[in-house]
Write a protein of this length. Structure first.
Length: 143
């Protein structure tokens, strides 16, 4: 259960996708998918070519922050650039998480250029049966 942020923040995110490398003070956005899979939410971030040491995943209260930096590949002094289309710099994404998610049990894996973050749904948010006393007899009713 991800919570939407204000529409102006979305406009800022779109503006950041315009050409130009991201910096620590103005990072570029990274593409992502988010979906529910059973009792957890899964968020997949596209981060091809990112060194795992350049990944930073933090959660503070309900805010999940993912930052990554793609550095230029080392080249010899004689190398001459013919074409450069791969974006370099800093990439970042912040998501507001619903209170129904268990931020204490977040896990993250990085494989084949995709960072996958899994956030379980908190036990208190899962549906449960409530027993109801009816005339001295106990019956279980769906909640």
């Amino acid at each position: 259960m991800l919570m939407r942020t204000d529409p102006f923040r979305e406009l800022d995110r779109l503006a950041q996708q315009l050409p130009g490398p991201g910096t620590w003070s103005r990072p570029s956005a990274m593409p992502m998918d988010a979906y529910r899979d059973g009792d957890q939410y899964v968020i997949a971030f596209d981060l091809p070519g990112i060194d795992p040491d350049a990944l930073d995943v933090d959660v503070e209260r309900n805010m999940l922050t993912v930052k990554a930096e793609r550095r230029p590949l080392p080249r010899s002094e004689n190398a001459q650039t013919e074409l450069s289309e791969r974006p370099l710099g800093v990439f970042s994404r912040q998501l507001v998480l619903a209170d129904t998610l268990d931020t204490e049990q977040i896990s993250a894996d990085y494989q084949a250029g995709v960072l996958t973050v899994r956030i379980p749904i908190a036990e208190r948010a899962k549906p449960r049966k409530i027993s109801v006393n009816v005339g001295g007899d106990r019956k279980v009713l769906d909640s």
